[in-house]
Ligand binder design. Sequence first.
Ligand SMILES: NC(=O)c1ccc[n+]([C@@H]2O[C@H](COP(=O)([O-])OP(=O)(O)OC[C@H]3O[C@@H](n4cnc5c(N)ncnc54)[C@H](OP(=O)(O)O)[C@@H]3O)[C@@H](O)[C@H]2O)c1
Length: 503
Amino acid sequence: MDTYPSSATLDAPFLVPSWRERPDTGPAAPAPAQERLLLLLPEGSLAQVVADRCAETGARLSAAVAGDRFHPDDPASVAALIEEEFASRPPDAVLCAWALGEGPGAEGDAAAAYRTFARLQALGAALAGRPAGAGPDRAVRLIIATDRAHRAVPGDTARPYQAVADGPALALGLEADRLSVRTADVDTTEGDGAIAAALAAEVAARGEGAVAWRAGRRLALEYVPFAHSAPAHSPFTPGGTYVITGGFGAIGLALARRIAEVPDTSVVLIGRNLPDGGGAPEGAPEGAGAGRHRPAEELARLRASGAKVLAFACDVADRPRLAEVIGKARAETGRIDGVLHLAGVVDDTRLHLLEPGLAGRVMAPKTAGTLALDELCPDARFLVLFSSVQNLSGAYGHGAYIAANRFLDSYAAAADTDARQVVAINWTLWGEVFGMAAPPAETEAAAGAVRGWLATAEGIAALERILVHRPGPQVAVCPDGYEAQLHRAGSRAAAARERAARA
Ligand SMILES: NC(=O)c1ccc[n+]([C@@H]2O[C@H](COP(=O)([O-])OP(=O)(O)OC[C@H]3O[C@@H](n4cnc5c(N)ncnc54)[C@H](OP(=O)(O)O)[C@@H]3O)[C@@H](O)[C@H]2O)c1
């Protein structure tokens, strides 16, 4: 197995999100009067208030209200609207505010998350390949408004199904030519006037990234260092039972080996397929790591070492089946001490080409799976959600994967309490096992672009530090830092765009 140099000292700081008022990143001067703005607005009183406030900028407005000229759940109506609006002169900015004020409804959070994704995917598909804007950089500004997706100030309760919007937003920014994407998170409980003021400022502003408006303050998302050191004790306690979903995957089995070193522990491994039970289900995307990792042999070795291993075939998004499995594990071991939720699949399709079924399969383990696990294991001291560093930078072709992982980040922010740790970890590449991640191209390795990737022992040590030190509900393990990750994502996207243009 190839091993890439891991940088990075384990002692490099973790990164944690921080929302800060930054006057230097505030809205630019009001949009010039000759600008054209397209507003996609929700039904209800807010629509008129936002349109009126945006009109005060002096820009030429085209306002479309959901249920009137288009319906967000009908991609054809969204495509027709965009076609019409771009037919003469493309807008300079498009504000997508149709999700404001929406609750998850009776369908529940996982279905609402998928709806958020599918609607923005339809908008992204309609915008992809449209003519450039008229501004000096020729980019059309797309502002996607969300309602309390983030815990931007203490006391906020994050809503994970809204945070899913960041997936399409982060992918589109890298996939679509001449689209400059920003998310603007507001709190609709502050009232229509406050929301309208925030959104009018956002349509005038320039720049990408994520901002949140709270009580009239514009906060920008940053990632700040969190220093750490080796903990005095392990978070895995002798005699404990630990559930690992995605447990037959590359990282899952490595974690199981580590936990099994602690005396008398039991590991409960869950995957849709038992390692010796044949291939992946029909239609399941293949993990890029398939072929390198030998789960049947690794599981046999783990058992031979004397570890107590319970192995179950179960789709974590299938709640009744998961309840049965957790029930059996509890009956066998008498307890669940911690849950490590790794189950997931990745796909490399650009947003406008992604089929709904595939997007649903990428999202389900991390949305429905997380909700089911949390509910079924309330006694676990911790729930660790395996998320990705791509949530910080975006990634070409990974809109659904990032959406699913952003659900995890937001879920952890909402569910973490002093009594029970819920943490989403934005991992960089595990550079020995790869797992679902694609190994770096040789050119990247030669160029030193692999710096910062983790050796397996470093990843496990980082996990233990996070469980003991508790830096917060969302922690990025990206030893070469945020700027390096942005650079990596940008250069990969540029290469992918070039390949797509040649194809
Ligand atoms: N590898 C990396 O460098 C890296 C970097 C960042 C984040 N991560 C995250 O870390 C986690 C583990 O990654 P990995 O590299 O170990 O991936 P992996 O080797 O592909 O393992 C993932 C496992 O999840 C299982 N799975 C998928 N869907 C499932 C479902 N619905 N229910 C139950 N099990 C399911 C898969 O097995 P079946 O198909 O048999 O179900 C597979 O064995 C993932 O969540 C990933 O997003 C990994």
